[in-house]
Design a protein around this ligand. Sequence first.
Ligand code: 6PG
Length: 470
Amino acid sequence: MRKIELHDFGMVGLGVMGRNFLLNVLDHHFSVSGLDTNDQQLIDLKNEAKDRKVFVTKDMKAFVLSLKKPRKVMLLVPAGKAVDHVIEALLAFLEKGDIIIDGGNSYYSDTDRRIQRLKGTGITFMGIGVSGGAKGARFGPSIMVGGNKGSYNKVKKILEAVSAKHKGKDCVALLGKASAGNYVKMVHNGIEYAMMQLIAEAYDILQTIGGLSNQEIHQAFNKYNKGKLQSFLIEITSKIFIQKDSFTKEDLIDKILDKAKQKGTGKWTSQNALDVGVSLPSINGSVSMRILSSIKSDREALSKIYKPRLLKQKLSKNSLVKLIGDALYFSFIMVFEQGLYLLAQASKEYRYELDMQKVTSVWRNGCIIRAAILEKIHQAYIHDPSLKHIIEDKSMVKEIKSTHNAIRKVLNLSISTGVPVLTFSASLAYFDAIRTERLPLNLTQAQRDYFGSHGFNRNDMDGAFHAIWE
Ligand code: 6PG
């Protein structure tokens, strides 16, 4: 009887991400098996794999039995119940020593629950964050792994092979315990939301106040991408402004409805930061702006009542482009400051033992937030592994001091014109607050004690006090 050839790696879920990830694994000379309930997705994988070793099936048992032991099964299925259903179906056939890797944007506490669910079965469950979209999955994603060393060693070789590279270094690492990988991916997405919103506000100012055409905006972002703002999001923004619409042959950007959607990872970041007690005004602002953009009919009605006043500004287009570039750079630093500080605090809260050098290392290529500035930030953690705030690092101090006046000018212009700059202003307000020794919240304490007798501390002696307010 012909011995069935067993395969190195299995994927459940052959949608855009799953199929591209498997093709990437095939490119690195591993044999693969794919499982999906959708016939077309099985056919698509088989066709794209050409004559290479791939087994596709709709049958869970056949899928599991097609894999070499210890079996490595990755899931790229929609986060939530689907993951639990696939796990239960797999458990009927997997054996001691096998490993299940969830590569979707799963909520970190769901991963912790699944790790517990599999305890005692001899089967390992790992949550990993995979960033870079379809192209990243196909040619090199950034991979953020959570779990223990023993489990990671089972899949390290394949994940390192398929990951993006930065200066020859794999953009994959075991970042911390348990659901640390999912948590880091969640915060990656919070940073992604804020960077995208800042770029949207920059576009609004350049167009509404500067009067730049789409072609000129394309040129401006193309120029940004050649300098310190070099990044994936700046690069694609430049290309977006010259993309033609296939229906009208006009600029596609002008045809896209201004209502942003969200699958929720940015929102989770904001929600969890409040639980952990970390202030994320820039990320919170970006989530709020997606929500505000979605109530289009309310905005249309209110725009008839409150017409924005357009201020004739005296700045040349070139000067405005330069100012906006510095404002973006300043604000990107504040966004990374907020996101990385959250990771450091959450690591203590959830006992992840996150390695911040590794976090910033794997973000340097493959992921959506990859940017030249991440090299500087990574070096800051190399210089001081226990760095609490990246804005304390001397290289960041220099960048901030050289750009914070630009954002003040940009905000003056925008606010006096009525162009909404929620995330730009949140980024400057975060900086002005966190670098201020005295904040006016002594008044908040007085008010709380006045109406709620909540007490207060003093700045001239120890202890808790309460006043009898007149
Ligand atoms: C990535 C992206 C990706 C994200 C989509 C949609 O790292 O490749 O962050 O994981 O899910 O971009 O995200 P939203 O619908 O939340 O914008």
